[in-house]
Design a protein around this ligand. Structure first.
Ligand code: SF4
Length: 249
């Protein structure tokens, strides 16, 4: 397993004309693929991605489950699977990451923030997640991911349209303007039943917390079990207006 401590700030202001031209081409490619692949299977979407981008393609995983990593490894054995270790994960999440690395044909890359939790506490005060979760997510998730994705042209996520209203329009392939990458969501059209069926059929690893009342697994201080009738992401930043960490906005 590779661990990369991230410290690079990406800066779109310094784009060259060549880079702007390349981005325009990638954006057009992504938008066309989004239309062409809307009815394709998840495996077909990922096959398109690995054919189009080769080693410049990766999967990101929160280690809630390994469904997209499993699908991608069928399309391209040894595919890079990027995991953000915020320093605040449940031990079950780290255990799932380690199990994925051990049993699946993937290359797990763990990204860590520039600062440890102790260093962040020293600079910003303890429990920044309680006082300013947007800043905490920016420091521990958004910036590390942006730095970690610089070597890729395309990344895949496990976003699904049925998870929450904010994800209802997720394209299967689209353009990530913030990171200037092609963003692939191969299971965007899936339901929870589709995920469960795939997990059962292929014996895919899942985070044990999913069997313990958690429907969506994030950092421990910002995740609680969901109540009956709540949507899958209701246990994330519960009691706050915040619904996303900024990785998908
Ligand atoms: Fe910090 Fe919570 Fe965001 Fe994790 S989810 S980075 S602990 S605010």
């Amino acid at each position: 397993m590779t661990t990369v401590q991230t410290d690079t700030d990406t800066d779109s202001k310094n784009q060259t004309d060549l880079e702007r031209g390349r981005d325009a081409e990638l954006k057009a490619l992504a938008e066309q693929a989004g239309r062409d692949l809307e009815d394709a299977s998840a495996l077909e979407i990922l096959q398109w991605a690995v054919d189009a981008f080769g080693k410049q393609f990766c999967v990101t995983s929160s280690m809630e489950d390994a469904v997209v990593a499993h699908l991608a490894s069928r399309a391209r054995p040894g595919v890079d699977v990027v995991f953000l270790d915020t320093g605040y994960h449940f031990e079950e999440t780290i255990g799932t990451r380690d199990a994925v690395e051990a049993v699946m044909d993937v290359n797990v890359i763990t990204l860590t923030p520039r600062q440890t939790v102790a260093e962040q506490d020293a600079e910003y005060g303890p429990k920044l997640h309680d006082r300013n979760p947007d800043l905490c997510c920016a420091l521990r998730k958004v910036k590390p991911l942006e730095a970690g994705l610089t070597k890729y042209s395309a990344w895949a996520t496990g976003l699904r349209r049925d998870e929450s209203p904010t994800r209802a329009n997720t394209p299967v392939v689209g353009w990530d303007e913030k990171r200037r990458k092609v963003k692939i969501s191969p299971i965007a059209r899936w339901t929870q039943d589709d995920v469960d069926a795939y997990v059962t059929e292929h014996g895919v690893l899942t985070n044990p917390l999913l069997m313990d009342g958690y429907a969506s697994v994030g950092c421990a201080p910002c995740t609680r079990r969901v109540l009956e009738g709540e949507d899958a992401r209701a246990g994330r930043w519960a009691g706050r207006a915040k619904t996303e960490c900024g990785l998908h906005g």
